[in-house]
Design a protein around this ligand. Sequence first.
Ligand SMILES: C[S@@+](CC[C@H](N)C(=O)[O-])C[C@H]1O[C@@H](n2cnc3c(N)ncnc32)[C@H](O)[C@@H]1O
Length: 393
Amino acid sequence: MGTEKHVIRGACVSDARDMHELHARAVDAFCRGHYNDDQMKALLIGRTPEGYLPVIERDEMFVMESDGRMVGFGHATVGEVQALFVDPDQTGRGVGGALLRHAIELAARGHEGPIQLTSTLNAVGFYRAHGFVELEPTELNKHGVALPFVLMEQTRPVALDAYDSMAEAYAAEIEKNPRSIYYERPALLGLLPDVSGRRVLDAGCGPGVMVEWFLTQGADVVGVDGSANMLKLAEQRVGEAPALHVADLEQPMPFLADSSFDVILSSGTLGYIRDWLALFREFSRVLRPGGCVVFSVGHPCSEYTLNETDDYFSTELREYTWRGLGAPIVVPCYRRPFSHMIDAIVRAGFSVERMVEPVPTKEFAEVKPEEYAELMRRPRVLCARVRKPANGA
Ligand SMILES: C[S@@+](CC[C@H](N)C(=O)[O-])C[C@H]1O[C@@H](n2cnc3c(N)ncnc32)[C@H](O)[C@@H]1O
């Protein structure tokens, strides 16, 4: 979604007429086939442009424009995405995803706990693709007609609040932080195969630095991240081309087809995932036979010694306080023993092809000599390439 062309702004009173018209066209285009004729009428009956005004005045609605023309709008309140409407002529252009990310960001302000929404039957797959799960079917009665909907909820990654709130600062820092550019990234690049013409999933893509790199390499890349704010920044960086999904990696990703990727990268994200076995099984499902996962994670030795823990052998949720990205921020993260990592990977059917305990490059020494010396003696990151068998077992 290019920022020059697409803009999301708060709705104003003068938008009401266009919203009314777009709403009717969207319902007609997307809901037909899922609701009968009586239900279709009930979905729209009694609506007027004036009906939007109280909600606009409460600052709960927002509009997306492309070259000055309204292409969609949405409505969010605390904890809830109330509605999204996309111009039917704009489908497949990332408008719905961008509106949803904005709606989630608004709904999450001042709210703890999952974000909920009530989906029309046609939109359930779209919301699934953005990390929502079905809670239960529900029914609304409008003008005497029973309308079926589905109550859905977005699951919450443990570190979501932290990453949502520091997204911009993180994105700026990652460009220049020596630990990223002279330490972790060179190790990951050394493990990645040639991705030109390959389909790549960046699992926990954050602000999209590697999504951008994959595009420059000629890969067809899909990004997934739990933080809508991070994905907004990724979108600003890479534009419309790659599909970006807000989704919790603790959950299945039904929006990704079986055997559809050659390579998965997960850089700095697996520490936030409790259930590695479920995730690596999901990675295996979406990878083609012979495909690989390349990842980096906090080194189990340093994670153990940094934490005051009595029990190396358990997987435990710890809290780290990050400084240097504005106000100190508490980031929850799982610490786990090395054997738990390997067990999950092997039980999910992967074989470990390379395992690297990287050391910094020489450039690191020029900018931060003391930290360089420290990293030459103490590991902080573990990187690996693991492969799904070519026979698909
Ligand atoms: C350290 S950042 C790494 C971002 C990016 N891979 C990079 O190297 O710059 C970790 C990322 O994982 C995402 N994340 C954490 N837990 C997640 C989860 N359960 N599901 C999806 N994304 C998650 C965060 O939102 C954040 O963008």
